[in-house]
Design a protein around this ligand. Structure first.
Ligand code: AMP
Ligand code: ZN
Length: 114
């Protein structure tokens, strides 16, 4: 846990969030500033700053985060229409919160990135 990390504070219950999924290792909640009708963040409960910090021991955790994204897409009714999962990494990747998270976005046609 990191004292000054906003997502660690959400995990600890010190900050509110609209939780949509939780298990022993993974938490998912609505983004506070949604960029699409459905915008959920899926995070590990353990503090990992970014994708640049994951190692071979984190392979299962990363797979489970993507599995949660897929399951939530079904639960939140965007599976049929389609959705996007995004991991911003580092400054040029646009990462603002340095606690690893997967964005799940959907509910509208999303613009192309490239
Ligand atoms: P990123 O640019 O990938 O680091 O995205 C960070 C995301 O966290 C942004 O979409 C923010 O809107 C979101 N965010 C920041 N603080 C909170 C919060 N307290 N609860 C929910 N989402 C948050
Ligand atoms: Zn953290």
């Amino acid at each position: 846990m990191s004292e000054d990390c906003v997502f660690c504070r959400i995990v600890k219950g010190e900050l509110p969030s609209e939780t949509v999924y939780e298990d022993d290792d993974v938490l998912a909640f609505r983004d506070i500033n949604p960029q699409a009708p459905v915008h959920v963040l899926i995070i590990p409960k353990r503090h990992i700053p970014s994708l640049a910090d994951v190692g071979p021991d984190d392979t299962e955790l990363l797979g489970r985060m993507l599995q949660v994204a897929k399951t939530l897409a079904e639960k939140l009714d965007i599976a049929a229409s389609g959705y996007r999962v995004v991991v911003n990494c580092g400054r040029d990747g646009g990462q603002v919160v340095f606690h690893l998270h997967v964005h799940l976005l959907g509910g509208q046609l999303l613009g192309r990135l490239a």
